[in-house]
Write a protein that binds this ligand. Structure first.
Ligand SMILES: [Zn+2]
Length: 224
C-alpha cells in the first residue's frame, strides 16, 4: 500500500470529481440519442446554438481533465509526487502535471502515456457505442472526441518538431523508450487520424481495426 500525502489525494479527488461530474451530461446525450433525426418523436425543443456550443466546449474540457486524470492516477499509484507547473506552448499559457524524476523507464513511460491511453480509450468508447455520431445531435460527445483527436494531432506536431515545453508527454515517452521522439509522434498521430476517418466514414472497418491495434500497441509498449 502507498501512503499518499493529503495534498496529492485532494488533487486527485478534484480532477476525478470534475471528470466524473460530467458523466450525467454524457448519459443525457446517450438518452437523447437520435434526437433531431428523422425519427425524432421528442417533445423537447432543440437546444439553442449557444447551448450546443457550450456543451461542445464542456465536452472538450472534460476530455482534457480526463487526460490529466490519467497521469494523476499513475502518479498516485507509483507515489511519484505529482505537482502542477505553469508552462507555455507557442505563447499560449498552459499547465503541466509534473512528477518526481528518477523513476524507472517503465514507470516513466506509464505515467507519460496515461493521458493518451485515456484519450484513446475515450475515443474508442464514443466511436464504438455511437458509430453514427456525426449525424446525431450530441455536442458534448463531439467536443470530447474533437479534443481527443486534435490534442493528439497537436502533441504529435510538437513531437515531430521536437519543440514545446520540456515537460511534454511525447518527450518523456521517447526518453523512457530510448527512441526518437518522432516515432512517438507517429504512434500518437496515426490512431487520431484513423478515429477521424471513423467519424466521417463509420463504415470503414479497416480504420476501426487498425485504430484499435495501434492503441493496444501503445499500451503494450509498457512491456518494452
Ligand atoms: Zn499529458
Amino acid at each position: 500500500m502507498c501512503r499518499f500525502p493529503s495534498a496529492r489525494r485532494v488533487l486527485l479527488l478534484v480532477v476525478s470529481a470534475a471528470v466524473l461530474g460530467a458523466a450525467p451530461a454524457a448519459r443525457a446525450e446517450g438518452a437523447a440519442r437520435g434526437v433531431g433525426g428523422p425519427a425524432d418523436s421528442s417533445q423537447d425543443p432543440p437546444p439553442s446554438r449557444i447551448e450546443r456550443v457550450g456543451r461542445f466546449f464542456g465536452g472538450a474540457a472534460v476530455a482534457f481533465g480526463a487526460h490529466e486524470l490519467g497521469h494523476l492516477v499513475f502518479d498516485v499509484v507509483f507515489d511519484a509526487k505529482p505537482g502542477i507547473k505553469k508552462v507555455s506552448f507557442q505563447g499560449v499559457p498552459f499547465f503541466a502535471i509534473t512528477h518526481e524524476t528518477g523513476l524507472s523507464p517503465r514507470r516513466e513511460f506509464t505515467i507519460s502515456s496515461a493521458g493518451f491511453w485515456v484519450q484513446q480509450a475515450t475515443s474508442e468508447w464514443i466511436l464504438t457505442s455511437r458509430p453514427g455520431l456525426r449525424g446525431e445531435r450530441a455536442p458534448f460527445l463531439k467536443g470530447m472526441l474533437a479534443f481527443d483527436v486534435l490534442a493528439s494531432v497537436a502533441y504529435s506536431g510538437a513531437a515531430f518538431a521536437r519543440g514545446g515545453p520540456p515537460e511534454r508527454d511525447t518527450r518523456a515517452m521517447a526518453a523512457a523508450l530510448n527512441v526518437d521522439e518522432r516515432w512517438v509522434g507517429a504512434l500518437i498521430l496515426a490512431p487520431a487520424v484513423l478515429d477521424a476517418v471513423r467519424y466521417f466514414r463509420p463504415g470503414a472497418r479497416w480504420a476501426v481495426w487498425s485504430s484499435r491495434g495501434l492503441k493496444a500497441g501503445l499500451v503494450l509498449l509498457v512491456l518494452k
